[in-house]
Design a protein around this ligand. Structure first.
Ligand SMILES: C[C@@](CO)(OP(=O)(O)O)[C@H](O)COP(=O)(O)OP(=O)(O)OC[C@H]1O[C@@H](n2ccc(N)nc2=O)[C@H](O)[C@@H]1O
Ligand SMILES: Nc1ncnc2c1ncn2[C@@H]1O[C@H](COP(=O)(O)OP(=O)(O)O)[C@@H](O)[C@H]1O
Length: 342
C-alpha cells in the first residue's frame, strides 16, 4: 500500500528589529510589537503522513540538540507541532489521525522560533494532505492562535510583524537592519551563536517590563536577555570587535546573530567565539530563507516517519500566494529581500 507524505524544510527566524510596546489585555497580556522578521537558513524538517481513521497521532522527534524536548517526560500534546495538527483539524473539520516526524536542527528555546517553525510546517503539510488548499491568509488565522511567530513561519523571507507579531506586511529594511552587504543584494551570510541554555520567552518579557530596553539596541528585549544570560552580551561584543556588520540577540534569546560582510570576518568571529567559549554552538546560515515542501509517496511505509527505500520525492514550491506555484521546484535560493504578500 503506498502512502503519501509531505515534508517541509522549515527555516528558523530572527528579528532584525524588535520594538516592544505595552502589554495588551485583549491579547492575553502579550506586548504590542513592531518587528522585522527574517527567516534564516537553519531548518527543521517536518514530515507528516495521514494515518488510518481512528489511529490518532504519533510524534517522532530526532536531533542532537533537543533541549527540554529530549527529556523523556516531554509532553507530546504540548508540542507546538501537535497543537498545530489539532488546531487545523478543528478548523478544517478533519480528524487528527496523522504521524509527525521532526528532524530538529533549530536550537530549542533559542529565540529562533523552532517550535513556531515546526507548527507552520505541520499546517503547510496538512493543507495539502487534507486537500484543504487554503491560501496563506486563512492558514494564518489558525497560525496566530498557536503563537505570534507562526504566521510568519508559514511564509518566510523578510516581513514586518505588527500587533503581537501576527499581522504581516511587506518590509523594506535598509542597510541599517540588514547590514550593508546584505542590503546591497548580497546573499546574507550570518553566524548564529547558540547555547545549551534556554531562555523562557515569558521570563524575558517580564524582565523587559522591569528594566526596559537600550535605545541603541534594535531589539528591545536584548538588554533583558543579556541580563538573564550574560554570555550573549559577551558574544555580541566579540563579534562586533571582530568586524561583524551587526550582532544582536535573536528575539527573546539567548542565541546571538552576527551579520557578516565577508568570509574573512566569518573566520575571525568563529575563532574568537571558539577561543573565548562565548557560545556553545556556531551555526552558519544564509538569509533570508523560505519553507520548502516536497511530496513523498512511499510504498509499504513504516509508521512513525521512518525513512524508506521506496520513496519518490517531488520538490514543490512555497504554497499559495507569496511564492512560486506548487510543483515549480524549490524556492529561489536568493529571493527578493521583500517577500511580497500577494
Ligand atoms: C519573542 C518573540 C519574537 O518574535 O519570539 P522568540 O524570539 O521567543 O522566538 C515572540 O514575540 C514570541 O511570541 P510567542 O511565540 O507568541 O510567545 P510565547 O512563547 O507564546 O509567549 C510566552 C509568554 O511571553 C509573553 N509575551 C509573548 C509575546 C508578546 N508579544 N508579548 C509577551 O508578553 C507572554 O507572557 C506569553 O505568555
Ligand atoms: N516543536 C517544538 N520545537 C521546539 N520547542 C518546542 C516545540 N514544541 C514546543 N516547544 C516548547 O517551546 C519552547 C520554546 O521553543 P522554541 O520555539 O524553540 O524557542 P523560542 O520561542 O525561544 O524561539 C521550548 O522550550 C519547548 O518547551
Amino acid at each position: 500500500m503506498s502512502q503519501a507524505a509531505v515534508s517541509v524544510r522549515c527555516p528558523g527566524k530572527t528579528n532584525l528589529e524588535l520594538k516592544v510596546g505595552p502589554r495588551r489585555s485583549d491579547w492575553g497580556d502579550r506586548h504590542l510589537l513592531d518587528t522585522t522578521y527574517c527567516a534564516v537558513g537553519i531548518y527543521d524538517t517536518v514530515t507528516v503522513a495521514l494515518k488510518s481513521p481512528g489511529r490518532g497521532f504519533s510524534l517522532d522527534i530526532r536531533g542532537d540538540h533537543l533541549g527540554d524536548l529530549g527529556q523523556g517526560q516531554a509532553d507530546m500534546g504540548s508540542n507546538l507541532a501537535v497543537q498545530a495538527l489539532f488546531a487545523l483539524a478543528q478548523a478544517g473539520g478533519r480528524e487528527p489521525d496523522a504521524s509527525i516526524r521532526i528532524d530538529k536542527r533549530i536550537p530549542v528555546g533559542a529565540g529562533l522560533a523552532g517550535g513556531s517553525a515546526d507548527a507552520a510546517g505541520v499546517l503547510l503539510a496538512l493543507n495539502i494532505l487534507w486537500r484543504l488548499d487554503w491560501p496563506h491568509e486563512r492558514l494564518e488565522e489558525v497560525a496566530a492562535g498557536l503563537g505570534a511567530d507562526v504566521p510568519f513561519c508559514l511564509r518566510g523571507g523578510i516581513l514586518r510583524g505588527r500587533d503581537y507579531g501576527q499581522t504581516l506586511e511587506p518590509a523594506a529594511p535598509g542597510p541599517h537592519l540588514l547590514g550593508p552587504s546584505m542590503a546591497a543584494g548580497g546573499s546574507g551570510h550570518l553566524l548564529v551563536g547558540a547555547y545549551l541554555d534556554e531562555l523562557g520567552t515569558a521570563d524575558v518579557y517580564t524582565a523587559f517590563d522591569t528594566m526596559g530596553g537600550n535605545p541603541e539596541d534594535d531589539n528591545d528585549l536584548q538588554r533583558a536577555a543579556c541580563n538573564l544570560h550574560p554570555r550573549s552580551r559577551q558574544a555580541i561584543e566579540l563579534a562586533l570587535r571582530a568586524g561583524a556588520e551587526r550582532a544582536f540577540v535573536s528575539g527573546s534569546g539567548p542565541s546571538v546573530v552576527a551579520l557578516l560582510p565577508d568570509l574573512a570576518t566569518a573566520r575571525r568571529i568563529r575563532n574568537t567565539w571558539a577561543e573565548s567559549c562565548a557560545v556553545d554552538r556556531i551555526i552558519a546560515a544564509d538569509a533570508p530563507a523560505w519553507p520548502e515542501l516536497s511530496y513523498t509517496v512511499s510504498s509499504d511505509p513504516v509508521e512513525g516517519g521512518q525513512d524508506h527505500a521506496g520513496r519518490r520525492e517531488e520538490p514543490m514550491g512555497v504554497p499559495g500566494p507569496g511564492g512560486p506555484a506548487l510543483g515549480t521546484g524549490r524556492t529561489p535560493s536568493v529571493a527578493p529581500l521583500v517577500n511580497p504578500i500577494a
